[in-house]
Write a protein that binds this ligand. Structure first.
Ligand SMILES: Nc1ncnc2c1ncn2[C@@H]1O[C@H](COP(=O)(O)OP(=O)(O)OP(=O)(O)O)[C@@H](O)[C@H]1O
Ligand SMILES: [Mg+2]
Length: 309
């Protein structure tokens, strides 16, 4: 296993806790699911540069509204991403998933639907560059061969690797080949989540605010050092579990030091200012989750930090 052992243990503990509160009520599951679809779509498309805000994304995908001043393409991107998530859910429900380039192309076809029909679901026939990165993906000619060996890797590693390593490496390997003219990032994040969700994990959302870090660890990976990327994904899986666990825990059970609160509510009960807690949260020094624009943490997490400082 490449993933940091501390992150691994924490993921296991949280996943166990989530499994313990199952089965969840249908209405709660639906509420969480809707929110996750919006947050995932917003963040994944925002990494790519869409201009829709979180609220606008919700209006577009939940109510079919058109936002004035925003290009049609951005609307399709939001709608397509939601369709792609629904496709993942259907695929998981059907069971017996065959993870391969055929499935990856099906996802990609949904992502570029109506945006670039000619290239949707098809490998590129030109060289691409990744802006901001010195890494040059393989030539168009090599793409089909590389994808075939990726298929083999997906199949051979499925039961041999730890789940987080496997899902993160699948993401990395796909952006490393960069088989499509556009939409590689979104497709890779969907593939990673298909793997995770299929094992009962909530979707892992890479936040727009984490884009610089995400690109940096991908760059290390292209240079041969995959560990920082896997740890980065691991931390994101852990954060998504924390968020999910909080959402499924009944209010009455959330008391005392375990209670998740806004940093402004916690700060007066700690030696730190809200700003400092926010810095610690952003740097991942205290356990914290971001919901909408606000950071949440709990007193236990701050006490842990003080203890281990
Ligand atoms: N060093 C890097 N810097 C930036 N992106 C990288 C790097 N290495 C790989 N990538 C991947 O390339 C993706 C961008 O490729 P592309 O434009 O085809 O995908 P996209 O889905 O349109 O955009 P995005 O992934 O940004 O949403 C990034 O999201 C990231 O996953
Ligand atoms: Mg792009």
């Amino acid at each position: 296993m490449i993933l940091d052992f501390k992150i691994f243990t924490s993921i296991q503990e949280k996943k166990k806790k989530i499994d313990e509160v199952r089965p969840l009520s249908k209405s709660l599951v639906n509420k969480i699911r809707e929110q996750v679809i919006i947050e995932w779509t917003y963040n994944s498309n925002a990494i790519e540069g869409t201009r829709l805000s979180l609220k606008e994304t919700e209006l577009v995908i939940e109510q079919g509204l058109t936002i004035k001043g925003i290009p049609l393409k951005d609307h399709f991107e939001a709608l397509n991403h939601k369709e792609a998530i629904l496709f993942l859910e259907k695929t998981i429900k059907k069971g017996n998933i065959k993870l391969d380039s055929f499935l990856i192309r099906q996802i990609h076809r949904l992502i570029l639907y109506k945006i670039d029909q000619e290239n949707a679901g098809k490998y590129r026939d030109v060289q691409v560059k990744i802006s901001g990165s010195s890494y040059l993906p393989p030539s168009a000619l090599e793409v089909p061969i590389k994808m075939r060996s990726f298929d083999k890797w997906l199949k051979d590693s499925k039961n041999k690797r730890d789940l987080i390593d496997y899902s993160a490496l699948a993401h990395f390997k796909l952006v490393n080949i960069h088989p499509f003219i556009d939409g590689n990032g979104r497709t890779s994040r969907l593939l990673m989540n298909l793997i995770l969700m299929n094992k009962g994990y909530p979707p892992t959302i890479i936040l727009k605010s984490d884009r610089p870090k995400y690109y940096q660890v991908l760059d290390f990976a292209h240079k041969g050092n995959v560990k920082p990327f896997i740890d980065f994904i691991g931390k994101n899986v852990e954060r998504s579990l924390t968020w999910y666990l909080d959402a499924v825990t009944p209010e009455k059970r959330k008391e005392g030091v375990d209670k998740w609160q806004l940093l402004s509510q916690i700060a007066p009960k700690t030696p730190f200012s809200q700003e400092y807690l926010s810095l610690l949260a952003r740097r991942g020094r205290i356990e914290a989750v971001k919901k909408n624009r606000d950071w949440y943490s709990n007193l236990k997490a701050v006490n842990e930090y003080i203890k281990n400082k």
